[in-house]
Design a protein around this ligand. Structure first.
Ligand SMILES: Cc1cc2nc3c(=O)[nH]c(=O)nc-3n(C[C@H](O)[C@H](O)[C@H](O)COP(=O)(O)O)c2cc1C
Length: 160
């Protein structure tokens, strides 16, 4: 059975989108299908996708304001918090973007999604990645490496 990966993108100035595009290119092959969705206009029903099939979600989001999710991710995040659907069928990973200059709220965008998804019963695969814009390391390069290791873990779990 084909593995379906859905990348959900939260971004303000496009960096997370660039990372998602790189990850889609790297992961999409005959065996794995990747769909990248901007979070704009999404609500919690997006996680109904793949209920029957084999798949995983990859949250790729930056952080804004004072540790907030980006504007385009707000509706999805708030809908999860208010509707609180049972997401025990969901497997996910988090590639977060932030900047350590914001020491108190570093990578809180990714952390907020990680926390709410776990609260709702979803299971995270692998560790949440927290990219630091002030490190000088290009996020799209890290994303490429990180997503390949992440997909290997998804495959291990889904075929077990
Ligand atoms: C106004 C503003 C507020 C930010 N607030 C935070 C923050 O609270 N925590 C954090 O880790 N990064 C913060 N960042 C850094 C961004 O998350 C980081 O630059 C990221 O790579 C931007 O990705 P994007 O282009 O996908 O939105 C902030 C950046 C800006 C411009």
């Amino acid at each position: 059975m084909q593995l379906q990966i859905n990348i959900l993108v939260g971004t303000m100035t496009g960096t997370a989108q660039l990372c998602a595009q790189e990850m889609e290119l790297a992961l999409d092959d005959g065996e794995t299908r990747v769909a990248t969705l901007m979070m704009d206009g999404l609500d919690s029903s997006v996680f109904e996708k793949e209920r029957a099939g084999k798949g995983a979600f990859l949250i790729c989001t930056s952080t804004y304001g004072q540790g907030d999710v980006p504007d385009n991710a707000r509706a999805l995040y708030e809908d999860l918090k208010s509707k609180r659907p049972d997401l025990s069928h969901v497997r996910y990973g988090v590639f977060g973007l932030g900047d350590r200059t914001y020491a108190e709220t570093f990578n809180f965008g990714g952390k907020r999604f990680d926390d709410i998804l776990t609260e709702l019963g979803a299971k995270r695969i692998g560790e949440r990645h927290a990219h630091d814009a002030s490190s000088g390391i290009l996020p799209e390069e890290t994303a490429l490496e990180w997503c390949q290791a992440w997909l290997a873990k998804v495959k291990e779990i889904q075929t077990a």
